[in-house]
Design a protein around this ligand. Structure first.
Ligand code: NAD
Length: 282
C-alpha cells in the first residue's frame, strides 16, 4: 500500500511529533486539532524541533522548506478527507477517541488504515466504533517522537494482516523500529516499565532508601540513563498513576496496585517535572 496522504489527529506533544517525522520521511501530512490555537502551537513545536535537528547536523537546513511544505493543518476531523492513513493522537479519553474514529471512518479513503497512538485504551474497542475493524490498529510512538526509535504496533482482535503490514511499512519509512504486541493493557513497554517505577515508589514509601539513593542504585547498578523516580517525574506522576490503574484494573491482579505514596503525590499536585516538584525538585 503506497501512502500518499496521511492525517494526524491531535496536535499536542505526540501528534505534532508524529506529523513532523512523517513530513521528514516524505509523506504529505495534515495535522488536525479542534482546540483553538492548537495547530499553530503544534506547527511552532515542529519548527523548533526541526531547527534543533538542523543545529545538531541531523537534518540539512536546505531540506526545511520541503519538509514544512509537506505539512498542512486543519481544525476539523473531516479535513482528513480522502487520506490513505490516519493516526489518532488526541487526549486519552475513550468516548472522544471513538468519536474521532467514527468520523475518520466516514471521511478517510475506503482502503485507509486508521491507527491510534493510545497508551491504554483497547484497540479492539476503538475498532468496534468503525465499519472497518480490520483496518484499525495501534501505533504507539514513544515521547519525544523525533528522537525515540521505537513504535509498538498493536493488533486488535480483528486487525488484518494487510493493515499490520502497511503500518510496519509506514513506521519503517519514518525511520522507526517496530515491535508487535497483542491488545492487552500496557502493551509491552508500559506493562514492564510502570510496575518497576511503582515498585520504586513502594521502596521509597517503606523507607528502604532515599529517593536519591534509589535512583543512583538503579542508574549505576543496572546501567539505566535515569533512575526510576526521576523517570516517573519526567513522565508525570499523574500519567504513571493512570497507567498503573489501567494495568491493575485491566489485568485484574493486585500485584499491579498503585503505591499509596504515588497516589498521595498526585493528590498533592506534585506531578513531577511539569509542576516543579515530584520525587525530586526541578
Ligand atoms: P496532549 O494533551 O499534548 O495533546 C492532545 C491534543 O488532542 C490536544 O491538543 C487537544 O486539543 C487535542 N484533541 C482533543 N480532542 C480532540 C478531538 N476530538 N479532535 C482533535 N483534537 C483533539 O496529549 P499527548 O501527550 O500528545 O497524548 C496524545 C495521545 O498519545 C494519548 O492517547 C496518549 O495516551 C498517547 N501517548 C502519550 C505519550 C506521552 O508521553 N505523552 C506517549 C505515548 C502515547
Amino acid at each position: 500500500m503506497v501512502i500518499g496522504r496521511m492525517a494526524v489527529v491531535g496536535a499536542g506533544q505526540m501528534g505534532s511529533g508524529i506529523a513532523q517525522v512523517a513530513a521528514q520521511s516524505g509523506v504529505e501530512v495534515t495535522l488536525i486539532d479542534v482546540a483553538t490555537g492548537a495547530v499553530d502551537a503544534g506547527r511552532a513545536r515542529i519548527e523548533k524541533s526541526l531547527q534543533k535537528l538542523v543545529e545538531k547536523g541531523k537534518v540539512p537546513a536546505a531540506e526545511l522548506p520541503a519538509i514544512l511544505g509537506r505539512l498542512r493543518t486543519g481544525m476539523q476531523v473531516s479535513d482528513a478527507k480522502g487520506v490513505d492513513f490516519a493516526v489518532e493522537a488526541i487526549t486519552e479519553n475513550e468516548p472522544l477517541k471513538k468519536d474521532v474514529f467514527r468520523e475518520l471512518d466516514r471521511v478517510a479513503a475506503p482502503a485507509a488504515v486508521l491507527a491510534s497512538n493510545t497508551s491504554s485504551i483497547p484497540i479492539t474497542r476503538l475498532a468496534a466504533a468503525t465499519k472497518r475493524p480490520g483496518q484499525v490498529i495501534g501505533m504507539h510512538f514513544m515521547n519525544p517522537v523525533p528522537l525515540m526509535a521505537l513504535v509498538e504496533v498493536i493488533r486488535g482482535a480483528q486487525t488484518s494482516d494487510a493493515t499490520y503490514e502497511a503500518t510496519v511499512d509506514l513506521a519503517k519509512r519514518m525511520g522507526k523500529t517496530t515491535v508487535l504486541s497483542k491488545d492487552f493493557p500496557g502493551f509491552i513497554v508500559n506493562r514492564i516499565l510502570i510496575p518497576m517505577l511503582n515498585e520504586a515508589c513502594f521502596a521509597l514509601q517503606e523507607g528502604l532508601a532515599t529517593a536519591e539513593d534509589i535512583d543512583q542504585a538503579m542508574r549505576l547498578g543496572t546501567n539505566q540513563p535515569m533512575g526510576p523516580l526521576q523517570l516517573a517525574d519526567f513522565i508525570g506522576l499523574d500519567t504513571c498513576l493512570a497507567i498503573a490503574e489501567v494495568l491493575h484494573k485491566g489485568l485484574g491482579d493486585d500485584k499491579y496496585r498503585p503505591s499509596p505514596l504515588l497516589r498521595q503525590y498526585v493528590d498533592a499536585g506534585w506531578l513531577g517535572k511539569k509542576t516543579g516538584r515530584g520525587f525530586h525538585s526541578y
